[in-house]
Design a protein around this ligand. Sequence first.
Ligand code: NAD
Length: 495
Amino acid sequence: MTTTEAATARTYGNLIGAGWREPSGGQTFESINPARRSEVIGHFARGTAEDVELAVRAASAAQPDWARTPVPARAEILARAGRILEERKEELAQLMTREMGKVLTEARGDVQEGIDMAKYMAGQGRNPVGEVVPSELRQKRAFAERVPIGVVGCITPWNFPMAIPCWKLMPALLAGNAVVFKPAEDTPLVAIKLAEILIEAGLPAGVLGLVTGLGEEAGAALVEHPGVRAISFTGSVKVGQEIAAACGRLSKRVSLELGGKNAMLVSADADLELALEGAIWGAFGTTGQRCTATSRFIVQEMVLASFTEQLVARVQKLRLGDGLDPETDVGPVINEVQLRRIHGYTEVGQKESARLLTGGNVATRGALAEGNFYEPTIFSEVGPEMRIAQEEIFGPVLCIIPFEDDNEAVEIANGTIYGLAAQVESGSLERAEAIAHRLRAGSVNVNGGLYHAPDSPFGGYKQSGVGREMGVLGFDEYTEVKLLAYGQREGAGQQ
Ligand code: NAD
C-alpha cells in the first residue's frame, strides 16, 4: 500500500449507546498488516477514561431492560449473530489474516469458533438454569437463581480476535448483562465487525459498548470504573495480575485466562509420526502465538535422536509468508515489539548454552523483509530450569528437553508457574493415562492436540488463570447467585 492509500484507510470510532462516536480525546492509532507493515488496515479511536465513562453509562441504562427480556429472546439474537457470522465467514477470515497475520485456514477456524459459541449459547437459552433448593421449612420454597451481574467489562488479546471475544460476549449477553468490550490494540477491526454483527442481529442500543485503545488507558479505565461489576480478561500474566489486584481492591468479580508454557511428553513407545505432526502444529501453528502452543517437547532419551533429526528436517521445510498465500505454512508475528522480544529469547537460549538446531533469526529474504517474520526455531539440550524452558516466548520457538522415566517427565512438565495445556504421546493408553492424571493443567490431551469445543470448559491451573471459559461453567462466570425463598410465615394459614 502506498502512503496515499495508508492516508485514505478508514477511521473508526467507539460504539457508545446507539452509535459510533469519535474518541473524546480526538486521537487515533493504526492497525497494520503484520505481513506487510506498509499496509494500514485502519485508524481507530484511542479511547480515554471519558469514552469508557460514556460507554458504561449507556450500558448501565440499557441493562435492566435487557435483563427483563426473556432469555429465549436474548438467545435468538445470539443465534442470528451466529448465522450472520456464518454467512460472512470468508470475508471475516480474510480480514483477520490481514489484520493479525494467521494463515487463512486458521483464521477460518477462529471465526468458526465464534459461530460455534454463538450457536451453543443460543441453545443454552432454552436450558433450565439454577437450582431448586430443598426447603427446611414447611411453607417456604427456595430457589438459587442465576441472575445477571450488571455491566461486565471484557478485555481481550489479539491472537484469537474473533473466538476469544465470542467466548466472553456470548455468555455474558445471554446471562442478561450489558458488556463494555475493550479489544487488543493490534486487532480492533475484527472486534468492530463482531460488534456490528451483534447490532445487525438485533442487540438493543447500549447493551454492547466497544472502546478501542491502549490497555493502560481504556483498559485500565474499564477495570477501575465503579459501574463495571465484573471483568473477564484474557492476556498476559503480568497484566492479569495487575487487573486481579485492582479487582480485589474494588471487590469486583474477575476471571482470568493467562499464559502457558505447555508441554508435550513423547514416550519411546509413541507413534513418532503422529508425535511429529503434533509437534509441528503445536509449536509453529499460529506462529507459536497461542496460549496453548506447545513450547516444551519432553522426549524420552531412547527416541530423542531420531525424533530431533526428523523434526528439524520437517521444520526447515516450513514456508514463511503472507497468511493469505495458500502456500504459506507459518505467518508473521504480530508486531515489531514481539519480533524483537522473540529474538531476545534466542539470544537468552544461546547464552544459557542450549543448542540452536535451526532458525534463530528474523527472516528478511525477499518480501519477508516487509513484515514481521521469524524463522521457526528449535533448541535442544535445554535444561528444564533455563529461562527459555520457563518463560512464555509467544513465538515460533521450541525447546527439546530429554527425560529418562515417567516420574522425571511429569516433574519437568509440572515444573513451571503455568498450567494451561499438556499433551501426552504414548502407545500405551494405560501409561499415558497414568501420566495425564498427574499433570497439573486445565486441558490434558492424550495422543492428539488440544481438544476444544464450545461446551467444554477451558482454563488454567496455577498462574495460567482463574475461572473457566465456555461450557456451563463459562456461563456461570457471568452470573450472580440469588437465593430466593418465599412462602407464608411459619404457622400462618395452619389454623
Ligand atoms: P496483554 O496482556 O498485553 O494484553 C491483553 C489485553 O489487555 C489487551 O486488550 C490490552 O490492551 C489490555 N491491557 C494491557 N494493559 C492493561 C491494563 N493495565 N489494564 C487493562 N487492560 C490492559 O496480552 P497480549 O500480548 O495481547 O496477548 C498475549 C497474552 O495473552 C499471552 O500471554 C497469551 O498466553 C495470553 N492468552 C491467553 C489465552 C488463554 O485463554 N489462556 C488466550 C489467548 C492469549
